[in-house]
Ligand binder design. Structure first.
Ligand SMILES: Cc1cc2nc3c(=O)[nH]c(=O)nc-3n(C[C@H](O)[C@H](O)[C@H](O)COP(=O)(O)OP(=O)(O)OC[C@H]3O[C@@H](n4cnc5c(N)ncnc54)[C@H](O)[C@@H]3O)c2cc1C
Length: 488
């Protein structure tokens, strides 16, 4: 039986492992932390439950397909609750807009802001549909390195204009909408890929399409349930998941990966190795591969995030499940994050209040808020030194929004980019690995098939096709497919 070692129990590693146990392989997942999930983790106390990373689930078919590879039906193991509205946006002038999975309803919302904006929303979604239908089979589900790979697969040359890669997301927003508030709604989708909208390819305008077409979801019990469900399938199928087990070396013999070495010196042989750890960690620490390590280091890294988790007393009727307050100057926020790294003074504030959809997230009558703002990576900013002061700054802003955060919070947990780096091994706390910035950014990500050794594969948000739970599950699919191709 083919034995595959997976380094890391993030969603990419677990997803690849599920596919491989489903195909009859013997799989061992090795996770350095005490818990599984990586960035998809959980914080729970006093009846309050917080997802510490992803809080929005999109494209649930990626999870359903992963489980189906092991003959498990998603509906049988996880209850997905629809989230409506998808998001509630607010501005300083008191205006408010909601997006819904019903595109007519969202179009009517946009039309209140600008005559003709509803029609533009429909046109944006239609363009997104075309980009999506081209990207999913040709790019997102396959190991890809260049436009030439895609052209070879499609049998014809690909024009970057077909997937809006020739313009930036900000340009798309400005061409479609005059109202700066509507432009901001579109530009924010760049942050789903950890990027600056002024540099992100217009291809990311596919995101509002996927959100509308496939919906926004919340797994009952929280996003971390996704990791638990994947782990349970691996174990039920005879695979092994070991936590508290740090891999220190990928073993290579004659240019082929043959296993791993652990921190305590134990060696585990394997027919193939899948790395779910950040690509910079794989190439910089687990292998002696300076060229690859340099290549990853030279690629722009994604945004990080500053998180507050607040155990709130009482209910907040004005909150939806997902809420955004835009700043007065959105451009200044991206300059603070990417150009002149410093804690953003007036960031867009995201508040996730999952108890609106799933009362199990908080004690009766209370709420569990996950507050997230974009933040520059740790390193250029010393987040250990600045974390406490920035927490107070954010609480001031929440109070200024009328949310009475200080008065109502029973307790608060803070996660800075430095904490994220320590907890998940993501360099600088970058949430999405390399950032989608520039027309070729999609091709600069590390490949799923490592150039350093045969039978070594990458399934991680830091590799192709990118970060975010659905894409990371696709990364797991690509890596598992490559293992089965090579080790059959
Ligand atoms: C604050 C925040 C908000 C986010 N919001 C969203 C969202 O709303 N929607 C969405 O889809 N995505 C979101 N994301 C992104 C999403 O969480 C990630 O893209 C995804 O979880 C990354 O998964 P991964 O499998 O690549 O690896 P990771 O989650 O990074 O897991 C890698 C694992 O490898 C382990 N590891 C590292 N080194 C070793 C070693 N030497 N030996 C053994 N194990 C090791 C780590 O401990 C970790 O568990 C968010 C992320 C964060 C942090």
């Amino acid at each position: 039986m083919t034995h595959v070692v997976v380094i890391g129990a993030g969603v990419g590693g677990l997803g690849a492992a599920v596919r491989l146990v489903g195909a009859g392989c013997d799989v061992t997942v090795l996770e350095a932390a005490k818990t599984i999930g990586g960035k998809l983790n959980i914080e729970a106390s006093d009846g309050h439950t917080f997802d510490t990373g992803p809080s929005l689930m999109t494209m649930p078919f990626t999870l359903a397909d992963t489980l189906a590879a092991a003959d498990v039906r998603l509906d049988n193991v996880l209850e997905l609750l629809p989230v409506e509205p998808i998001c509630r946006y607010r501005w300083h002038d008191g205006s408010r807009l909601e997006t819904w999975s019903d595109d007519d309803r969202t179009a009517a919302e946009l039309e209140r802001f600008e005559h003709g904006a509803g029609q533009e929303w429909h046109a944006l979604l239609e363009q997104g549909r075309r980009t999506w239908e081209m990207s999913l089979p040709l790019f997102l589900s396959e190991p890809v390195g260049s436009f030439i790979d895609i052209a070879r697969r499609s049998g014809k040359p690909i024009d970057p204009r077909d997937i809006q890669a020739h313009v930036t997301l900000s340009q798309i927003a400005q061409r479609r909408f005059r109202d700066p508030r509507l432009q901001q709604v579109i530009e924010r989708f760049a942050t789903y890929a950890g990027a600056d909208p002024a540099r992100a390819p217009g291809t990311l305008s596919v995101i509002p399409y996927t959100e509308t077409a496939f919906g926004a979801w919340h797994p009952r019990g929280g996003m971390h349930r996704i990791a638990e469900v994947l782990r349970d399938v691996i174990v039920e199928r005879g695979g092994t998941v070991r936590t508290g087990t740090t891999v220190t070396r990928v073993l290579i013999d004659g240019g082929v990966a043959t296993g791993v070495e652990l921190a305590d010196g134990e060696r585990i042989d394997a027919d193939a190795v899948i790395s779910n750890v950040d690509a910079s960690h794989l190439y910089g620490s687990l292998l002696d591969a300076p060229d690859e390590a340099r290549r990853v280091a030279d690629t722009p890294q994604s945004v990080s995030g500053f998180v507050l988790m607040l155990a709130m007393e009482g209910k907040t009727p004005e909150l939806a499940h997902h809420n955004i307050w835009f700043p007065r100057d959105y451009r200044a926020e991206f300059a603070d994050v990417f150009d002149d790294p410093q804690p953003p003074h007036d960031p867009a504030i995201y508040v996730c209040n999952p108890a609106v959809t799933d009362p199990s997230c908080a004690p009766d009558g209370d709420e569990s808020w996950f507050v997230l703002v974009n933040a520059p990576r740790n390193g250029p900013v010393d987040w250990d030194a600045l974390g406490e002061r920035y927490q107070e700054h954010l609480l001031d802003r929440l109070d200024a929004l009328g949310l009475e955060a200080r008065a109502r919070a029973k307790w608060i947990v803070r996660r800075t980019p430095a904490d994220l780096e320590r907890l998940t091994g993501a360099p600088g706390g970058a949430i999405y690995g390399t950032a989608s910035m520039g027309p070729r950014s999609a091709f600069l990500r590390p490949r799923n098939e490592s150039p350093v050794a045969k039978r070594l594969y990458l399934a991680t948000g830091s590799a192709h096709p990118g970060g975010g739970v659905p894409l990371v599950l696709l990364s797991g699919k690509i890596a598992a497919d490559l293992v089965l191709r090579d080790c059959g």
